[in-house]
Ligand binder design. Structure first.
Ligand SMILES: C[S@@+](CC[C@H](N)C(=O)[O-])C[C@H]1O[C@@H](n2cnc3c(N)ncnc32)[C@H](O)[C@@H]1O
Length: 251
């Protein structure tokens, strides 16, 4: 026979109805009945409560993942190792903010950005990666960017320049976004699929092109003018990163 059990779950803010009454103490039954009576709108079925619990776990799952930078660095390191690139000259595009020089100490690091950055802790050359004729062909062994490609107005020109600037055998790696909230920094232009990135770098041998779902259900709300209106799930919750690494063929 199906009997009802009521449990107060304070974390979820609900009073749960469960078909198995027998396992509950009298005290718990009275407690649940009192809360169900006081706030009947919070009374939910056992099945609904289980689903809510599962959704809550999914919402928090991103915190258990390997930290974002570690995931990105692993892809870069694997590509560099595969290509046998152990040092030389590195260019970070968009290195004005959070430059990654300390993470690649074996390289002679250079940063290129649209703006100067006196406090960046590295020398930033002002320039646009879509058009940098002042930098000689085949100048770099490793060209890297993190969260930059979505902000480049003409990414196909950037990809062409990157392929020109790479030494034969050199590696390029870019971590950008497939699905993320709008974030103009300074302008938010594009989102990419793994195939889209492969197509941009079609002169290179692809070593990695894949999605990263680790932060999928993270609650991102944005700020200032790009705040996402919250719904029952919270803020923006479809966060998918995409990473590409490629090697320039030996000519
Ligand atoms: C969202 S920030 C990311 C910065 C940093 N990599 C980080 O992880 O915090 C994007 C950076 O790319 C730079 N940027 C955008 N378009 C560029 C272009 N065409 N050439 C060079 N830098 C560009 C911006 O000026 C900005 O500093």
């Amino acid at each position: 026979m199906c009997r009802l059990r009521a449990v107060v779950n304070f974390k979820m803010g609900v009073c749960v109805l469960d078909p198995e009454l027998r396992k509950m103490t009298l005290k718990k039954r009275l407690w649940a009945a009192y809360h169900g009576f006081k706030a009947p709108e919070r009374l939910v079925s056992f099945v609904a409560a289980e689903r809510m619990k599962q959704a809550d776990e999914e919402r928090q799952a991103w915190q258990e993942e390997v930290p974002r930078w570690e995931r990105i660095e692993t892809i870069a390191r694997e590509a560099l190792q595969q290509a046998g690139v152990a040092g030389g000259r590195m260019l970070e595009i968009g290195g004005r903010l959070n430059p990654r020089h300390a993470n690649f100490p074996e390289f002679d690091y250079h940063a290129l950005d649209l703006k100067e950055a006196p406090g960046a802790g590295v020398t930033v050359a002002v320039g646009d990666i879509t058009n940098c004729p002042h930098i000689a062909d085949e100048s770099y062994d490793f060209i890297f960017s993190l969260d930059v490609f979505e902000h480049i107005n003409k990414p196909w020109l950037a990809a062409k320049e990157i392929q020109r600037l790479l030494r034969p055998g050199g590696i390029t790696m870019h971590s950008t976004l497939f699905s993320w909230r709008y974030h103009p920094c300074p302008i938010d232009y594009w989102r990419y699929s793994a195939d889209g990135l492969k197509s941009l770098f079609d002169g290179l041998e692809c070593l990695h092109a894949d999605f990263d779902y680790s932060e999928r259900r993270r609650d991102l709300r944005g700020r200032d003018g790009n705040m996402v209106e919250c719904d029952a799930l919270g803020g923006w919750r479809e966060n998918v990163r995409v990473n590409y690494a490629g090697r320039k063929p030996q000519s």
